[in-house]
Design a protein around this ligand. Sequence first.
Ligand SMILES: [Fe+2]
Length: 408
Amino acid sequence: MAAPLENQPFKRKGDKENSEFFEKYLLEIYKKRKAQGLEKLIGHIHHFLIQVELGNAKDLIAEKLLHTPFSYHSSFEHEAFRYHILRVSEQNPDLLIREPKVELNDNFYHLNMIAPKGRTLPHTRYIGEAFGVSDLKQVYQILYNQNQVQFQEELAENPAKHSTSWTHPSTFTNNCIGYIEYASGEKHYQKDNDWNFDDETIAKFKLAKDMFKTFSLEQYVGPIDHFATRVYCHDREHAILEYLSLSNYWFWGAYNIGDQNSSTNVCRNLQGLPESQSPAKVFTANNTPFYVNHIDNLPCPTENFVRNYGRRLHHIAYGVKDGFIGAEENNYKNVDYVVDQLKKAHMKFLDHVIGSCEEGLKQIFSQKSKSSLLITEYIQRCDQFDGFFTKENVAALTQAAGLDDLIT
Ligand SMILES: [Fe+2]
C-alpha cells in the first residue's frame, strides 16, 4: 500500500498501485493548488448538472422526486436551454436538469454520437458538478491564465452575478467542472426568464413526492453519498490528477477489484462534516484494456460500458440511514425496506441488496434511468463503518451492471 503522504490530511487507503508519475504529480498538484490559493477559493459543490432530451425532463424529475430526497424548486430559461432546479436543502448541492430547447450540434451531441449506445439519446448525459467559489474572477484567472484550463466561454469583464463558468469536457472523463460565486444562504442562478410546467405535470410531481413520503422514505434516504464516473484504463491516473487540479478534493485511495478486471478510485473532499455537502467522487477503470480480453479471458464490465456509452458518469448513490426495522433477529435493514417500498412503486433493480452489516455495508444498483441513462445506488453503512466500501460489494455491483449492459 502507498505510504501516507505528508501533505494529505489522512492515511491513504487501497491496494491498487499507482505509477511513479502519479505519485509525483499528486504531490505537485496539492502543493501548487495550495500555493495558488485554489484550495481556499473553492468551496463545496454548489450543484450537479444533468442534460436530457427535450421533453424528458419531467420524467426524470418525477423519478428523482419518488426515488430521492430532492424536491422540485422551480424552472428557468436561457436562450438555448431550459433548467429545472431540484433541491434537498441549502447545505446540499442542488441537482439541475437541463433540456435543450432546440436541436443542438454541440460538443455533448458529438460525444454521444460516437458511442454506439450513447447515440440513442444524443443530448443526454451528465454534464458535471459546479463548485461554489468565493471569487470567480480569481479562480478563472488562476485556472485559465496560469494553468491553461480551457473553458466553454471566456469570462466576461463583469460576469453576471450568478453565472456558472464551465470547463470544456475533460479529455479523460468527458465531464465538465463548473465554478459559480457563492458564499452561503439560498442558491440563485443567472437566468433570462422564469418558466413553468403545466398544472398536470405539477400534480404528477406532487404525487411522486407524496409517494416518497407515504412510504416513509424521507426518514431513511439521505442526500447524495457519492457519484461514480467510468473511464478507459489508460486514462485512470490522468482523470484523477486532472480532477484534483481543478477542485479541492483529495485522492483517498484506489482498490483493485481483480476478478472484475477493474479498480475503484475514490476522491473525497473532507472540508468538514457532513460530507454530503461535497460527496465523494469515484473513478472506475479497467485494469487491462478491452483488446486483450480475448487473451486474458477476464470480464470487462467497466470498459464495455465506456465503449458503448462513452466516457461518462455511471451512477449517483444516495446514503440510507443506518438501522433496522422490526425485531433485530429478522435482520431487515433500512436499505432492504427502502428497496421493497420502491419496488412497490415499480422501480427496477439490477440485483438483490448486496453485502451485509457484518461486512460493514449494504448497497444496491437500480436499472438505468430511461431519461438520464444513470443508475441510482442506495448505500447503508452499518455501525459507523469507517471504510468507504467493501471490495466484495463493488465486485458484485460491477458484475451486475456489466450483465445489464450486455442485455440492454
Ligand atoms: Fe457506488
